[in-house]
Each structure stands twice: as structure tokens, then as C-alpha cells.
Design a protein around this ligand. Structure first.
Ligand SMILES: O=C(O)CCC(=O)C(=O)O
Length: 260
């Protein structure tokens, strides 16, 4: 099955959800010209990394974002990997990825498991507790958030659940752009799956972000890559390539987990 993907590599206004909602809505309208099957947004796109003010800007139960994606999915007849938002839960504020299918039904959710100390996430956010698995059109996918890609064992745990594409949403700074590219390509090669990675563009008071959203096939070939600025990156993925790669070099049946 083929899916046309649109990654909304948006700039994000620091701590200003009202403006970010308006901006995301405008980009969705623009992306609709390409009629994407799956539309992807970046990490923490409603607030950016304004972590000091999350107590006021985080949404209880991510309710506003959920209503936004429910409407957008039906309006644009697109599945949405709705980036992540600051989500007030009973355990604290989580960095939560939302997935809505094109009928407007929530298809998945995942709260970032690995908190990134270099950007003080552990001081403001509560870590998630489970995997980001979901299905769209009867195909299995996974959602990952930014720093997660530095944990190959976490990504592999999803691949072992027969995931065919991993969606990574991020606010990855420009200083480590070469890590971003290398890690994403490695995760695609070693798990023989598509990797669709949507980063943000622009700057906040502390960081400039890399952009360079990418779509990578199961051979590790970059089939689409954005520049540094705001951009809608589109590409088509054909999941038959996952089956082909996995039967040509059968790493999943050749594994020797009894020795690991
Ligand atoms: O791992 C990195 O270098 C960046 C991670 C990051 O920015 C994040 O998880 O928000």
C-alpha cells in the first residue's frame, strides 16, 4: 500500500499556543493541495520549548489538540500524526503524540519515554510509560519523539511488533544535525522500515532548530529531505518495499536473541 506523506516542518511561536494553532491550520490548508494520506507535525508544536510556562499552557488531557485533529482529519480526509503537545495528566505534564485517522477517530497516543536532560525536560515533564504503536488502514506504525532515536533498543522493540514505518516528531537543534541524519538513517536500515521524521524550523530563545525533516526508505535511502527553513515536505512511501527488504536480508529471522 502506498501513502502520500506531508511533513509540516513549521516554525513555532515560543509559548504562544493561539498563534501556533492558527499557523498549523494555515499549513494544513496549504498541504491539502497535495492531498496527503498522512500529515505529520513536529514535537511540542503548540508551545515550543517554553517549559517554564507549561503549567499554564499545557492542555488538560490534550483536549484542544484532540478536537483540532479530529476536525482536520475529516476536513482534509487525511490521517494525522499530530506531532506532540504538552498534556496535563494525573502523573504530571507529558509530551504526548496524538494520532487521528481520516474518520476523525483517535488511532493512537504516545508520551515521550526518554526525557532529554540537556534541555531540562526532566525538570518539567513526566515520562511516558508505554510504546507508541498504532494502525492506519490495517498497517502497523509507531510514533517516536526526538531523543527516542538515540535508543536503538527502544526503536527495535517497536520493529519487533511488525511496524512498517516509524514516525518521528522532533525539535532537534541544529548543532547536532549530523546526529539527526545519521541516527534516522541507521534506525531505518537496522529495522528495515520507513522512517518519516518531522522536525521544526526556526529558533527560540535558547536554540536554533535543524529542520531537515526526512523520509527514508527501508534501505536507508533518503527519498525526501527538507532544508532548514519552514517547509512542507512531501513524499510517497510504498510499504511493499518493507517486505522486499526484509525478505532479501532476513535480519528478523536471523537474529539470535538468546545470546543478546
Ligand atoms: O538528542 C538530541 O541531540 C536532541 C534531542 C532533543 O532535542 C529532544 O529530545 O527534544
Amino acid at each position: 500500500m502506498k501513502f502520500k506523506i506531508a511533513c509540516l516542518q513549521m516554525d513555532i511561536a515560543f509559548g504562544d499556543p493561539a498563534n501556533n494553532y492558527k499557523h498549523a491550520a494555515k499549513l494544513m490548508e496549504q498541504a491539502n493541495a497535495q492531498k496527503p494520506d498522512i500529515t505529520v507535525l513536529p514535537e511540542l508544536w503548540t508551545t515550543g520549548y517554553d517549559l517554564d510556562n507549561l503549567k499554564t499552557t499545557a492542555e488538560a488531557g490534550a483536549q484542544t489538540a484532540k478536537a483540532f485533529f479530529k476536525d482536520a482529519a475529516v476536513k482534509y480526509n487525511s490521517h494525522f500524526i499530530g506531532g506532540s503537545v504538552a498534556n496535563k495528566t494525573e502523573s504530571g505534564i507529558e509530551n504526548t503524540l496524538l494520532v487521528f485517522d481520516k474518520n476523525g477517530d483517535q488511532a493512537g497516543t504516545y508520551s515521550k519515554l526518554h526525557l532529554f536532560k540537556l534541555m531540562d525536560e526532566h525538570l518539567h515533564l513526566a515520562a511516558g510509560k508505554g510504546k507508541g504503536l498504532f494502525s492506519l488502514d490495517d498497517h502497523k506504525f509507531a510514533g517516536l519523539i526526538c531523543y527516542d532515536i538515540r535508543f536503538p533498543e527502544w526503536v527495535r522493540a517497536h520493529a519487533l511488533d511488525d511496524v512498517e514505518a516509524m514516525f518521528v516528531v522532533a525539535e532537534w537543534p541544529i548543532q547536532r544535525m549530523e546526529h539527526w541524519r545519521a541516527l534516522l538513517i541507521a534506525r531505518a536500515i537496522e529495522n528495515q522500515c520507513f522512517v518519516v521524521a518531522c522536525n521544526r524550523a526556526g529558533s527560540d530563545p535558547n536554540n536554533t532548530f535543524a529542520g531537515h525533516s526526512m523520509v527514508i526508505n527501508p534501505w536507508g535511502e533518503v527519498i525526501a529531505e527538507a532544508g532548514e527553513g519552514e517547509e512542507i515536505l512531501t513524499a510517497e512511501i510504498d510499504l511493499v518495499e518493507v517486505t522486499e527488504a526484509r525478505s532479501r536480508i532476513p535480519i528478523f529471522t536471523d537474529r539470535r536473541p538468546e545470546f543478546y
